[in-house]
Design a protein around this ligand. Structure first.
Ligand SMILES: Cc1cc2nc3c(=O)[nH]c(=O)nc-3n(C[C@H](O)[C@H](O)[C@H](O)COP(=O)(O)OP(=O)(O)OC[C@H]3O[C@@H](n4cnc5c(N)ncnc54)[C@H](O)[C@@H]3O)c2cc1C
Length: 466
């Protein structure tokens, strides 16, 4: 779309709507809103507006739709696919003042929150009432619930508890036209008409602005225990994880780290990792209501994994021991950044049984392009975080090599029955690859949906589709 320059009259109208203090127009003030956590992507908006009420969002959207001004909704800016970057300029609509938890409702097992509430704060508020909001993106201390809905965020607990979508029960939204709707509410069931609410979940801020969210909660399992299990090969770790499930044990999390990832964490933390010689580590968390069942489960796991050449099973029951074994996994992103400040992070997903073959293909890609690839992720649901490390490679070689490598990687992933993003979304950076993962008829249908919701193409333009 053509990027419309915002004139003084429009800027004044924005100030009239939200107050002068909440419209940013100076470059220094706008700079933090020009980017998210995506590498090498930045675009200055004409203005940043910070509304505090749904009514203000509605008037801004009416203004934008009359004047045909691009609007990019923004949560906490932790996105990894450029979703909150205003690639067509216009207005960044920062929801940061929508930061209140409105209700934790133990009778209905529901939480009602504004979109800028930080995910961890919602989890803590639920826990204070003995309740549990399971979705746990690794960024949970800095990302917002609104961004989680827009991206349908997942995390380690997705294997047992599902992703953000599975907890979404109600939304208040402002459509691109400025009209306001409430979808769903505090009911688990709702089949009244098309399920627009769940269509918005994962729509990356391209169909509506989210201004209020109702989420399902669970009772908090009181006990949990962590196991660190080293294996001599990735294939052994994958087969053992499948065997655990086949024995009817569903861990809360089943994470894995390949050896290169463990060594990077070791260098970053400056401490020796346990079982550093192992090619793969499984990190299993069990949760439940009574100690005896948990002990029975982990003893059973001990027997199962020994059939798959496990080198040991480290059981951590108290907080310090558990923190020690999660420390490596939690620092992984920082450890890899320390290893190579420039790196490409992908979050492909394949059927779990295809993980060994994915790793074989990653090795081929690494040799073919003479570049280090380091991976870790959620073995339970087949979601692998693949990091292509620039390290000492010259910038021009990196820029020439990366698109070719990614094209090969994504084709491999799709051939294995997977898809190109399990968590981070398509956003701006992956849109050229979307046709590899979605067939032409489905892609055409998605574009028609976008046009039906946003006929003028003003809401988060330049995202998802080429
Ligand atoms: C270190 C690190 C670890 C991460 N780990 C995970 C992980 O484990 N799992 C995972 O899923 N993701 C992960 N992420 C990615 C990111 O944190 C998630 O995508 C998160 O959901 C983004 O939330 P946000 O509030 O930062 O959204 P933003 O980055 O601000 O925006 C993301 C998208 O949502 C849209 N949006 C935001 N708020 C609204 C709203 N109110 N209405 C409409 N659209 C809106 C934006 O337009 C944009 O398209 C990680 C990121 C980092 C930096």
């Amino acid at each position: 779309m053509n990027c419309k320059v915002i004139d003084k009259v429009t800027l004044q109208r924005l100030s009239d709507i939200v107050g002068e203090k909440y419209v940013l127009t100076l470059d220094d003030d706008k700079a933090p809103y020009a980017k998210d956590e995506t590498l090498n992507l930045s675009c200055m908006p004409a203005a940043v507006a910070k509304p505090a009420t749904t009514a203000e969002v509605s008037v801004i959207m009416k203004l934008a739709s009359t004047e045909k001004i691009p609007v990019t909704p923004r949560g906490a800016g932790t996105g990894l696919s450029g979703g909150a970057v205003p690639v067509c300029g216009g207005i960044v609509l920062s929801l940061e003042r929508f930061d209140k938890i409105l209700e934790i409702d133990p009778d209905n097992l529901m939480a009602v929150a504004q979109p800028a509430v930080i995910t961890n704060n919602l989890q803590l508020a639920a826990e204070a009432k003995g309740l549990f909001y399971p979705p746990d993106p690794a960024s949970l201390e800095s990302c917002s619930i609104g961004g989680n809905i827009a991206e349908n965020a997942g995390g380690p607990r997705a294997f047992k508890y599902g992703v953000t979508r599975h907890y979404l029960c109600g939304l208040e939204v402002v459509w691109p036209s400025g009209e306001v709707s409430r979808l769903g509410g505090k009911t688990i069931k709702n089949v009244s008409g098309y399920d627009l609410m769940h269509l918005l979940c994962g729509s990356e801020g391209t169909l509506a602005v989210i201004t209020e969210i109702t989420l399902r909660l669970l009772p908090k399992p009181p006990l949990s225990v962590d196991l660190l299990i080293p294996f001599p090969s990735i294939a052994d770790a994958v087969r053992a994880s499948t065997a655990i499930v086949q024995h009817r044990i569903i861990p809360a999390t089943m994470e894995f780290m390949e050896r290169k990832a463990v060594l990077a964490a070791e260098a970053f933390l400056e401490k020796k990792a346990p079982f550093r010689e192992a090619e793969a580590h499984l990190l299993v968390q069990l949760d439940g209501d009574d100690q005896a069942s948990l002990v029975a489960e982990y003893e059973k796991i001990g027997k199962i994994v020994s059939d798959y050449n496990a080198l040991d099973v480290l059981v951590a029951e108290d907080r310090p021991a558990r923190d020690r074994i999660w420390e490596m996994r939690r620092c992984m992103s920082d450890a890899l950044t320390a290893n190579s400040p420039m790196r490409e992070r992908e979050d492909v997903v394949v059927p779990r049984a295809a993980i060994p073959e994915l790793f074989r293909r990653l090795q081929e890609l690494s040799h073919k392009h003479s570049v280090e690839i380091i991976s870790y992720g959620h073995i339970g649901d087949g979601n692998v975080h693949i990091n292509v490390m620039k390290q000492e490679m010259a910038v021009e070689d990196w820029e020439r090599m990366l698109p070719v490598l990614l094209d090969g990687l994504f084709r491999d992933v799709v051939a294995l029955g997977g898809t190109i993003s399990g968590e981070h979304g398509i956003g701006y950076v992956k849109k050229r690859f979307l046709p590899l993962a979605v067939d032409p008829a489905a892609l055409a249908m998605m574009k028609k949906i976008k046009a039906a919701f946003d006929p003028d193409g003003i809401l988060n333009p330049g995202k998802i589709f080429l």
